[in-house]
Design a protein around this ligand. Structure first.
Ligand code: RUQ
Ligand code: CUA
Length: 638
């Protein structure tokens, strides 16, 4: 009951736009000018950083520049995206499988020695239990792994280990396992389980596969992060349903003052599997922590915590208690000592619970609704406040005795945000060497701070300069639904390709010369191989018949940057887009007779409009037939 009142008060505060962080600053003319210049990137100049932010249930990843906050590019991941032809050619269709959407939450840049190595970006799909890998060589999705077996609600993910050995994931939901087994939700505690998954990443190629899993009680695992330095080999997750409620979670999962968070020794998990201590479920080695010790520990954290973020030194782990006006700081050295000395306060289903007082450094009174914490590498932490709508800067330990006695003293600064900040990101926070300088607040509500676009409002991102003692709100931009976490990468730390070099195109159906192009028939299999270059397709005519299986391979033989061609086929729901040097393929069954123009969908030259051709679908038995006739029908292009 008490909780309901609290939550209603929270909702009211949000609705009224009340914040306790003080008045909006930065409005004097001099400040406006300074802020404008700080984020201004003049025409022809470039941003200094990439901001990769999750697109939530749009299923995509968006790329913006910092400091301009301009949207630069969309990377389609879990949903078709006609603008780049994603989800129309055979390869991307196969990656998407049966799904046309996903729910992207937490992007993770690949790391070597706990620093970004500029190779890959991994993102999770909360909805369909998948992980995708974007290659930063071409900013495209190259693998979608999943649905992951024995995993439901892949939200506590994708957390990358210090040398990209694993993507670690924890389940938001619990179900009877293996998937497909049915039990009554009333028997939740007995029949349902959650899971922590270690997704193994190939160090050379980035190719992912499911490594192992750790069975957990049916808590709802929330956000987490991975260790480094002293906490190397460990990972941490909060949970918000230690009550193991299965209905009316708003009330029933907020009963306890502290929830059990998970401390996972992933190196020990890897070793346990190597030592044959796992049992297989749905093809995956599963570790049961009630019988395999040293893999999983619990620690109580108040109250309904959300983020759990390891600082750049690897020593401090900060959890944000959604319903407690404080962040909890764990000291990993104390965690290690508590494990070694068995300083436990009992166990839950055989998993030791670390004694709270033995591992906690302090609770910092940051304000209402602390969610996520980021770091600048200079001893400061920045916490997003969902209810107070602000970012709070505070000082990490070590603290003086006076500070320890009164931790309000370590709260250094607050800057209001608009409104209801979810995630925030500080450039490089999850590495040992944050770039610092910039923080981006990702706000859930923009509440009409923009020109009116009807009842649905965009989310907002706000750029905050954190280079000085006081944070400075610099700029604001609006984003597609719905940004969760983001990563910031220095532009000079990645080297994307400008074209696909011809000699690296290994597609067996790539064609580069006119003589290699054409249309061939084998039974009812018709194969067309086309080149695309400003401003023509060769051949520009494909003859086939109703009932044929048509496969079309198009190679963009340009080797000039940004010379992109599309292949849109009228009334067949096909739009492929080929970058310079790229070959793409689509396959369709021809079901209706007619003459169907195809055309280049990506503006490429003054004669782009002329870049077109015809697919002639004859009735069965009509038109040119047989291989030679079909080839000949390429009509003068040979
Ligand atoms: S969660 S607003 Cu999906 Cu990242 Cu914290
Ligand atoms: Cu090719 Cu437009």
């Amino acid at each position: 009951m008490k909780t309901t009142i609290t939550l209603n008060a929270v909702a009211l505060a949000v609705a009224l736009g009340l914040t306790s962080c003080g008045k909006q600053s930065g409005t004097s003319q001099a400040e406006r000018t300074a802020n404008a210049l700080a984020s201004y990137v003049a025409p022809g100049e470039k941003d200094e950083y990439y901001l990769f932010y999750s697109g939530g249930h749009s299923g995509q990843v968006y790329v913006a520049g910092i400091p301009s906050l301009r949207h630069i590019s969309t990377i389609p991941v879990f949903a078709p995206y006609p603008a780049t032809g994603y989800g129309f050619d055979e390869e991307s269709k196969k990656m998407l499988g049966d799904f046309t959407w996903g729910d992207v939450h937490h992007p993770a840049l690949s790391q070597t020695n706990s620093k970004y190595d500029g190779r890959w970006l991994f993102v999770n799909d909360n909805a369909n239990n998948r992980i995708a890998r974007i290659d930063l060589r071409d900013f495209k999705t190259h693998q979608i792994l999943g649905p992951i077996p024995n995993s439901i609600g892949n939200h506590g993910s994708s957390f990358i280990t210090e040398n990209s050995e694993y993507i670690l994931c924890a389940t938001r939901f619990s179900v009877p396992l293996p998937k497909g087994r049915v039990a009554d939700p009333k028997d939740y505690e007995k029949e349902f389980n959650g899971m922590v998954s270690g997704i193994k990443v190939d160090p050379q190629t980035g190719e992912m596969k499911v490594g192992w899993q750790i069975l957990t009680p049916p808590f709802d695992w929330d956000l987490g992060s991975t260790g480094k330095g002293p906490s190397s080999g460990w990972a941490f997750w909060t949970s918000y349903n230690t009550e193991m409620a299965h209905d009316t979670l708003e009330v029933n999962s907020t009963q306890k003052d502290r929830d059990l968070c998970a401390i996972v020794n992933w190196r020990a998990a890897e070793k346990a599997v190597g030592d044959g201590k796992a049992q297989t479920m749905d093809g995956v080695p599963i570790i049961d922590p009630t019988t395999v010790s040293g893999v999983l520990y619990f620690v109580p954290i108040g109250k309904s915590p959300h983020g759990m973020d390891v600082d750049p030194s690897g020593k401090w782990i900060v959890a944000g208690g959604k319903l407690q006006p404080a962040t909890t700081v764990l000291n990993f050295e104390k965690v290690q000592a508590a494990i070694n000395n068995k300083t436990f306060e009992g166990d839950f289903r055989g998993v030791p619970i670390l004694k709270y007082e033995a591992v906690v450094e302090g609770e910092v009174p940051v304000g209402l609704g602390p969610l996520h914490t980021q770091y600048d590498g200079k001893g400061n932490a920045y916490t997003s406040m969902f209810i107070d709508s602000c970012i709070v800067k505070w000082k990490l330990p070590p603290w003086t005795d006076a500070e320890k006695k009164d931790l309000t003293k370590v709260v250094l600064d607050k800057v209001p945000t608009h409104f209801s900040t979810g995630h925030l990101v500080v450039a490089g926070s999850d590495t040992t060497n944050p770039y610092g300088k910039w923080c981006v607040a990702m706000n859930k509500l923009s509440a009409g701070r923009h020109i009116n676009v009807g009842p649905a409002q965009p989310e907002s991102s706000q750029l905050i300069d954190i280079s000085g003692d006081k944070m400075k709100m610099i700029a604001e931009a609006y984003t597609e639904p719905e940004p969760h976490f983001a990563q910031i990468l220095k532009v000079t730390d990645v080297q994307p390709a400008e074209v696909y070099p011809k000699d690296e195109n290994k597609d067996p159906n790539a064609v580069w010369e006119k003589e290699q192009t054409g249309v061939t028939r084998n039974g009812n299999q018709v194969v067309a191989k086309l080149t695309a270059i400003r401003s023509r397709f060769t051949p520009d005519r494909i003859d086939a018949q109703v009932g044929d299986d048509l496969t079309v391979h198009v190679t963009n033989i340009e080797q000039t940057r940004d010379m992109i061609h599309g292949f849109g086929l009228i009334e067949h729901n096909i739009n492929m887009v080929m970058d310079p040097g790229e070959t793409k393929t689509f396959h369709i069954k021809l079901t209706k007779p007619g003459v169907f123009p195809f055309y280049c969908t990506n503006f490429c030259s003054a004669l782009h409009q002329e870049m077109q051709g015809y697919l002639v679908v004859w009735k069965p038995g009509e038109g040119p037939s047989g291989a030679s006739a079909a080839t000949g029908a390429a009509g003068g292009t040979k």
